[in-house]
Design a protein around this ligand. Structure first.
Ligand SMILES: Cc1ncc(COP(=O)(O)O)c(C=O)c1O
Length: 387
């Protein structure tokens, strides 16, 4: 039987060579071998982040690094502006409210889920001169790529620390952290890097350190100042998840062999193929764009054509019976959209298997009359793609 194909936005399928790396014997986490491993991982990730800032690997998922970033930066007196147009942008609001009891210091710039970020509205919100600005780059809940460069410019103008959730963009899309003026960038292991879940990486600029070092309310386990001190000895403050570090090192080797340029190109091509296939099948893409936003290159959000009578259960449940798992909508989008991820080490083959399953389900539920259109559209993108 064919294995179930995970086409959800993380965890992504993990290559056998990366899985195998996890079964290596444990090593002393304060010894030279771990020191070399950690140092290599940090150097490679800095290249992928395109940053000269400090970078650390945390034994915790993406949210752990989001909380570490905010928890180290802010206290009750910090003014923070959180820009949100989906679930993950809003997660920063929740974290900010945990670490700042003065609700008036936490300003939320909310846009409807699936709508683009409007720069004029952000500009107005920044007139309060915040010390910190947050945003999700690739908003996985709605399939939109938010304008990191433009918001980075505005944050810099106000001399604010810019915290960007790049959990599902780094490793699959172009994210030049320093050029975009990102002070804190965060990635998760189980997304575009193609590693198992459980690790995250976070980069920290000098400007961000200035706020952190003065903050007595920093978290204990995720104290980034402690991480900085430990890195001088090529260590982490507490016991790292060694099997996951082994796996991450192998996942980074896979990336090196492919090259970041080709990897980003592949992510772009695969998501373009998914968009072409689903629109060719008469479905609509969920996000609404403006001139400074784009469709995500790592996850495609598709509206369920409820007026036609087809349901989320029929689409996703039907695809699952055919061995393909795609994601549903989250919270208020539950039952309204479904999402196909093209992250990590996914290839044309997995995309075609997904589109085929979707076509069959749409036909079985009488949304389309015949099979083949989606596959044709996807194949057209592949044939025209840069190789
Ligand atoms: C954009 C974004 N940010 C943060 C997270 C949270 O990451 P984790 O589930 O690894 O904690 C996710 C997870 O899907 C995400 O897509």
């Amino acid at each position: 039987m064919e294995e179930e194909l995970l086409m959800i936005p993380g965890p992504v399928p993990v290559l056998p060579r990366i899985l195998k790396a996890m079964s290596k014997p444990m090593i002393y986490h304060r010894g030279d071998e771990f020191g070399r491993l950690y140092e290599e991982i940090v150097e490679i990730l800095k290249n992928i982040f395109q940053t000269r800032n400090d970078l650390f690997v945390l034994s915790g998922s993406g949210t752990c690094a989001m909380e570490a970033g905010i928890g180290n930066l802010i206290d009750n007196e910090t003014r923070i502006v959180c820009i949100a147009n989906g679930k993950f942008g809003e997660r920063f609001v929740d974290i900010a409210n945990r670490y700042n009891e003065n609700k008036e210091n936490v300003t939320t710039v909310n846009f409807a889920w699936g709508s683009p970020i409007e720069l004029e509205t952000v500009k107005e919100a920044l007139e309060c001169n915040p010390e910190v600005v947050t945003m999700a780059h690739n908003e996985t809940s709605t399939g939109i790529l938010n304008p990191a460069k433009e918001v980075g410019k505005l944050a810099r103008k106000h001399d604010a620390v810019f915290v960007l959730d790049c959990v599902t963009s780094i490793g699959g899309d172009e994210v030049p952290v320093d050029e975009f003026g990102v002070d804190i960038a965060i990635v998760g292991s189980q997304k575009c890097l193609g590693a198992p879940p459980g690790l995250s990486a976070i980069s920290i600029s000098e400007k961000a350190w200035d706020l952190m070092q003065e903050n007595p309310g920093r978290p204990y386990y995720m104290d980034l100042v402690a991480y900085k001190k430990s890195l001088e000895k090529k260590q982490t403050p507490y016991t790292p998840s060694l099997p996951l570090f082994f796996a991450l090192r192998e996942a980074l080797e896979v990336i090196r062999e492919e090259s970041m340029e080709r990897r980003i190109e592949r992510h772009r091509m695969l998501s373009k193929a998914v968009r072409a296939a689903v629109t060719g099948l008469g479905l609509s893409l969920f996000p609404k764009l403006n001139e400074i936003s784009d469709y995500s290159n790592t996850v495609t959000a598709i509206s369920i054509p409820l007026a036609s009578g087809i349901t989320d259960e029929q689409i996703r449940g039907g695809m699952r019976k055919k061995g393909v798992m795609v994601a549903g909508g989250q919270e208020k989008l539950k039952g309204k959209i479904f999402r196909i991820a093209t992250m990590g080490n996914i290839t044309e083959k997995e995309v075609l298997r997904t589109i085929k399953a979707l076509e069959q389900v749409l036909m079985e539920n009488e949304f389309i009359d015949g099979e083949g259109r989606g596959m044709e559209e996807a194949n057209r993108v592949f044939q025209n793609a840069w190789k």
